[in-house]
Design a protein around this ligand. Structure first.
Ligand code: GLP
Length: 240
């Protein structure tokens, strides 16, 4: 695992945007795996600025998002569909038809997950998957458990994730209790993985990622089996 230790959130966001810019410049028709949460917002801001300055062109890029709450309407301002449009897609030129986000509105989530996984397989490998990390070490919405699902699936959120994510909702009861998420194998199939983490509250999860053990009780530790992971984090996440 390669480590890029940054002094500030701004520096982290620049470093992450640099990775994406370099990839899109060398492979304009690449596939990006994208993440939500507060962590990648600065990176998306950087990418929007670079696009406005004509430094990056997304016209050939395809994107697949990691996850979505279930059930949730795309119009709900807490949906990841809404998040991605508000923080990136409304401001850059990724073609609409190239944008993929699991659909939290469907009545049959199992079929939606199967179709999402099939679409990913048909598209070919994700060139670069961006990840944040939950305080409990979850990746996407792969929550700590005694076993993990390999492919895209519907999952229950843990109490700690519902609580952590309730800061975005009016009240905790409004947080959906389930989500659609790529599985750990779906994620590990990506050519390269970029994991972003900042703040003290991520220190425990990052420590588990940096020690020698792999355990499904900290899903992020499975990333140790991947040959090309870049961890971009700040001192608080790294040192505690
Ligand atoms: C959510 C998302 C994850 C994200 C995590 C951390 O649960 N499903 O993909 O990594 O939150 O979010 P934040 O970056 O806001 O700490």
């Amino acid at each position: 695992m390669k480590l890029i230790l940054c002094k500030t959130y701004e520096e982290m966001s620049m470093a992450a945007a640099d990775e994406i810019s370099a990839l899109v410049a060398s492979n304009p028709c690449c596939t990006l795996g994208l993440a939500t949460g507060s962590t990648p917002i600065g990176m998306y801001r950087q990418l929007i600025n670079r696009y406005k300055k004509g430094e990056i062109d997304f016209s050939g890029v395809t994107t697949f998002n990691l996850d979505e709450y279930y059930p949730i309407s795309r119009e709900n301002d807490q949906s990841y569909y809404h998040f991605m449009h508000q923080n990136l897609f409304d401001y850059v030129n990724v073609p609409k038809e190239n944008i993929h986000i699991p659909n939290g509105e469907v009545s049959d989530p199992e079929t939606e997950c199967q179709e999402y996984e099939n679409l990913l397989t048909a598209n070919g490998q994700i060139d670069l998957q961006v990840l944040g990390i939950g305080q409990n070490g979850h990746i996407g919405f792969n929550e700590p458990d005694s076993s993990l699902w390999a492919l895209t699936h519907i999952t229950d959120l843990t109490e700690s994730t519902i609580q952590a994510n309730s800061r975005f909702f009016e009240k905790e009861e409004d947080v959906p209790k389930r989500a659609l998420t790529m599985g750990m194998v779906t994620i590990l199939k990506s050519k390269k993985i970029l994991l972003l983490a900042n703040g003290k509250n991520k220190h425990e999860a990052i420590s588990a990622l940096l020690d020698d053990r792999i355990t499904t009780s900290v899903p992020a530790t499975l990333l140790k089996t991947h040959p090309d992971v870049v961890l971009i984090c700040d001192g608080e996440a790294y040192y505690g």
